[in-house]
Design a protein around this ligand. Structure first.
Ligand SMILES: [Fe+2]
Length: 264
């Protein structure tokens, strides 16, 4: 049975300097900057030695290539050599990500494949810059269809920023009939995402859809069109066991929440 432990972190909203950004002043004033919570969460996640770290979008909050270079540095210094898969969100600027994080002169959707322990990860780019809802381009559907023609030994996990379905009216992905058909005929069994700033697990199109909290602020749903922003921050650990996923949500604290340790 495939066993793989994934640290699933999302919506980091990192900036080198939050002054003048939407995250500095009211109503989103932070008790600590999102980057401090992200760093605390990343270190906490790495201390548990996961096999893989995935970052499902809103890596940087509408920043520059220097902000992406800063994020890359944070990740390289703190990820302990564990592989990290970045995903783009609606607050990411694609050209700045390519330049600052990957050192490439490119723009356009960032989608790619990664394999570990027989599990195939297909990373989608559901985001259009500054647009709330997600979509999947025809170019990505062509790629997805081609990739999924051949099953992977441990099955496939999709990664993206927007939930395929969400309680919030403006947080979902527009799923075309073609996308639904491709998934129905595939070995995909899970989809890890963010965007909603709200930890949730639900079944969508036959997949376990796992949404992670954010490191910037939480969002609670009052009704499909009304939400409350909160001080909740966190991430998930997802254990892959065969074609099942065990999900453990963690809260991120601005300090190390460990009281003491026991060894047996
Ligand atoms: Fe976000």
């Amino acid at each position: 049975m495939t066993e793989l432990r994934i640290a699933h972190l999302s919506d980091l909203h990192v900036l080198r300097d939050y002054r003048g950004s939407a995250l500095e002043g009211p109503p989103l004033r932070q008790i600590l900057p999102p980057s401090a919570f992200f760093l605390a969460g990343l270190r906490q996640a790495v201390a548990e030695r996961p096999d893989l770290i995935v970052l499902t979008g809103d890596l940087v909050h509408e920043g520059t290539e220097e902000d992406y270079a800063y994020l890359r540095e944070l990740v390289e210094e703190n990820a302990g050599g564990i592989p990290v898969l970045p995903v783009l969100g609606n607050h990411d600027f694609k050209a700045c990500f390519y330049r600052g994080y990957l050192g490439q002169e490119k723009s356009g959707a960032y989608f790619y494949k990664y394999e570990q322990s027989g599990v195939r990860f297909l990373v989608l780019d559901t985001a259009r810059e500054r647009c709330a809802c997600g979509s999947i381009s025809d170019q990505q559907l062509d790629w997805l269809e081609e990739e999924l023609k051949t099953p992977a030994p441990g099955g496939t996990i999709l990664l993206g920023h927007h939930p395929l379905e969400s309680r919030q009216a403006w947080f979902h992905t527009d799923c075309t009939e073609r996308f639904c058909r491709i998934l129905a005929e595939s070995d995909a069994f899970a989809y890890l995402c963010g965007h909603a700033h709200y930890a949730e697990v639900r079944t969508v199109l036959g997949l376990r859809q796992v949404t992670a909290e954010s490191f910037a602020f939480g969002v609670e749903t009052v009704s499909p069109t009304e939400v409350i922003y909160t001080e909740t921050r966190g991430y998930n650990t997802c254990w892959v066991e065969g074609r099942d996923l065990v999900v453990h949500p963690h809260q991120a604290f601005p300090f190390r929440p460990e009281i003491c340790r026991f060894a047996f």
